[in-house]
Design a protein around this ligand. Structure first.
Ligand code: GLU
Length: 448
């Protein structure tokens, strides 16, 4: 601690007062990418000095979120554990005349008769923000601001600056709602003789309702997306593009990046000033794109791990329906649902549809449907050994078109799947093969 650093050190300092949502985590993404791109350090600091609002389950949620994203942190701190150091700094600032114990006249019940105030030199503070250029703020209006309720109760500005100093933070990358805090923090850093970090204030993240994302307004926790079967790489990709875009691309252009690709392309300078909108539909698009890029083996690993985390198992027939499953699932959760709801159970279980379902969507009576099923049976019997969705379709499509597609394809599909909703009958026939297709048609025709 407390040394000069050549390496870049960034920090992600959430308060454990709620579940981490997209706004907070986008800040983590930029801090992580920037540090790791430069071979630097990424510090996770839990800012838990608000004893009443801080909860251990929220700290756990922060840790779980970082773990899911694969954001390994090089150092971990809990701000409350720095209390002795904060008291020491408060005393030191008082001793050197940069702070003082101020006698207050309590205006309301519960207010303090004594607080610690920073002696504001009342100057204009200028700092260079990587995203916004030079920012000058006159601190005179701020007066002698409060930095501690008492020697043992430091407030945010004191805690954050002392910790940034001690942890050797070189770059403070955080939401633009902190711009107004920066001059006060710089004044404290100057008083401590600490180096001033480089600042980058990020544009805010809004919801599709044009409101700033916040846990109080019910923004979804990132871990909920994990539980719904989103991929961490899709989440990182999407969040990175909320306020940043790579060289040569237009703002808002959807571009699929792996984390190594982001590491290569990311620069603070390309973060824009205008805010971003977190749109779940777009996240889902990114998720599907990332799912598509997985090999069958990787996909199988992911869905297996995902289902195991929920106490579920993938069915044995999964390899046979993998292509279909992948085409139809935009998240691992959707794939899981299809598997556990038995959407593909037709692979192993002989369906037992019942006569009503067989004619339900056929727009024809039972006798007609029965005749069609018998005719298709004859047509399919003569299909050669190459029994695929294409050859099945070629064998029966003209007939279906001639007599009415619904009256042929609906009962065939139900005969093969036993379900009201399922993939189309050609796909089904190709998957289960000639023998099962023919026997299921016979069984269905007998029901009518
Ligand atoms: N704990 C503060 C927050 O979550 C950290 C602010 C900062 O980055 O300095 O807003």
């Amino acid at each position: 601690m407390n040394s000069t650093h050549d390496t870049i050190v960034t920090r992600f300092p959430p308060s454990p007062t709620g579940l981490l949502q997209a706004g907070n985590v986008r800040t983590a993404v930029f801090n992580y990418l920037f540090a790791k791109k430069h071979g630097g350090k990424f510090v996770l600091r839990i800012e838990d000095t608000d004893r009443e609002r801080s909860k251990s389950e929220y700290e756990q949620n922060i840790i779980d979120t970082m773990k899911w994203l694969g954001f390994e942190y090089d150092e971990f701190y809990r701000q409350s554990e720095h209390a002795p150091r904060h008291s020491e700094v408060l005393s030191k600032l008082i001793e050197q005349g940069d702070a003082y114990v101020s006698q207050e006249t309590p205006k309301e019940a519960g207010q303090r008769a004594e607080v610690i105030r920073f002696k504001n030199p009342n100057t204009a503070v200028t700092f260079t923000d990587v995203i916004r250029g030079d920012i000058t703020i006159d601190t005179t209006d701020l007066g002698d601001f409060v930095i501690g309720r008492s020697l043992t109760e430091p407030l945010y500005h004191l805690g954050v600056t002392v910790d940034d100093f001690d942890e050797g933070i070189t770059h403070v990358i955080r939401g633009e709602d902190h711009i107004s805090n920066t001059p006060r923090q710089i004044l404290i850093l100057r008083a401590l003789g600490a180096p001033i970090p480089t600042y980058a204030h990020l544009p805010l993240v809004f919801g599709t309702d044009k409101q700033k994302l916040s846990k109080r307004r019910g923004a979804k926790a990132i871990t909920e997306y994990r539980d719904e079967g989103y991929l961490p790489e899709a989440m990182i990709n999407y969040l990175a593009l909320l306020g940043w875009h790579p060289e040569g691309k237009d703002e808002g252009e959807q571009e699929v990046f792996t984390v190594p690709e982001l590491l290569e392309q990311f620069t603070l300078e390309r973060i824009q000033k205008s805010s971003g909108v977190f749109d779940e539909a777009k996240l889902k698009w990114f998720n599907y794109e990332h799912l598509k890029r997985l090999s069958d083996e990787e996909f199988t690993d992911r869905i297996t791990t995902f289902m195991a985390a929920h106490g579920q198992e993938v069915p044995e027939y999964m390899p046979q329906i993998l292509t279909l499953l992948r085409e139809r699932s935009q998240t691992l959760g959707e794939a899981r649902d299809a598997l556990i709801m038995g959407e593909f159970a037709f692979m192993v279980v002989t369906p037992n549809p019942g006569p009503d379902l067989l004619i339900q969507g056929a727009k024809a009576d039972a006798a007609t449907v029965k005749r069609h099923l018998e005719h298709i049976h004859r047509l399919l019997e003569s299909v050669g050994p190459e029994f695929t969705d294409a050859t099945v379709k070629a064998a029966i499509f003209d007939y279906a078109t001639e007599v009415g597609r619904a009256s042929v394809l609906w009962p065939l599909r139900v005969a093969l799947s036993g379900r009201e909703k399922s993939p189309d009958p050609f796909t089904l026939a190709g998957l289960i093969g000639k023998e099962h297709t023919l026997s299921r048609i016979v069984a269905a025709a007998e029901l009518l």
